[in-house]
Design a protein around this ligand. Structure first.
Ligand code: SAM
Length: 245
């Protein structure tokens, strides 16, 4: 069962002193305050054994995990998970790996999965960077979804944005050829940042054509943060990049 995330910045060193070989890595998230509802607590207790995955399991065999060879789509930062469970229910021909550090969101997703008796989703309550490094085999994913990632508005925080050149290549290594890295944001400066990172990124092609945004595809439901952004008058930008090699 997932435990509360530490409030201190991540450091692989366990000694409490800085580890020169493993300097503190900048994280793309902060622990958000948020009380678990009794229903979310209950879901974590009862449904984690069925849907939950742990870093300690190491590199995953998707065919063992799901009992089939359907394409696997990984979603990073699913928030409350409603769009993920909707996609899993409407596209049973796909399998989904959801990753989120916010426990109330994990609890809510588990509730939705169990209520709908979905069997094509598994969930990590971990930093997606660690999950990719330890548990996802290279060239194994048909898609990666990153919907409305934390925009880190202030310039001094831009280094916390998860979309960076090295991240784009980490994702590419996990995608199979032809697989798609699908991003969406309601924050125009982050959309432009994503475009600046992805256009020159090695091994990808923009499905909409160079420097173009994609229309929101019918298969992508609106998310909680999308609706929040639209309520503030923000636009929505989708970017879809296919792995060429
Ligand atoms: C702005 S919210 C968007 C949530 C959801 N995708 C939506 O559109 O409603 C971004 C989410 O990404 C999660 N997140 C950020 N960095 C993450 C990481 N490295 N690993 C896992 N989750 C992360 C945060 O906890 C947060 O819930």
């Amino acid at each position: 069962m997932p435990t509360d995330m530490p409030s201190e910045p991540y450091s692989p060193s366990t000694s409490g002193t800085p580890d020169v070989e493993h300097p503190r890595r900048i994280r793309s998230f902060v622990k958000r305050a948020g009380r678990m509802t009794p229903s979310q607590e209950n879901a974590l207790e009862h449904y984690w054994p069925r849907y939950g995955l742990e870093l300690g399991q190491g590199a995953l065999s998707f065919s063992n995990l799901f009992g089939n060879d359907h394409p696997v789509i990984m979603e990073i930062g699913f928030g409350m998970g409603d769009s993920l469970s909707t996609m899993a229910a409407t596209m049973p021909e796909n399998n989904y790996i959801g990753i989120e550090v916010h426990r109330p969101g994990v609890g809510r997703l588990l509730n939705n999965l169990a209520t709908q008796e979905l069997s094509n989703v598994r969930v990590f309550c971990e930093d997606a960077i660690e999950v990719m490094a330890q548990c996802i085999q290279d060239s194994s994913l048909a898609g990666v979804q990153l919907f409305f990632p934390d925009p880190w508005h202030k310039k001094k925080h831009h280094k916390r944005r998860i979309v960076q050149p090295s991240f784009a290549q980490d994702i590419r290594h996990k995608l199979s050829t032809g697989g798609v890295f699908h991003m969406a944001t309601d924050w125009q400066p982050y959309a432009e940042h994503m475009m600046e990172v992805m256009e020159p990124a090695q091994g990808y092609s923009n499905q909409a054509g160079a420097t173009q945004y994609s229309p929101q595809p019918d298969f992508r439901p609106s998310t909680k943060f999308q609706r929040r952004g639209e309520g503030k008058g923000h636009g929505v930008w989708d970017l879809m990049y296919q792995k060429e090699c």
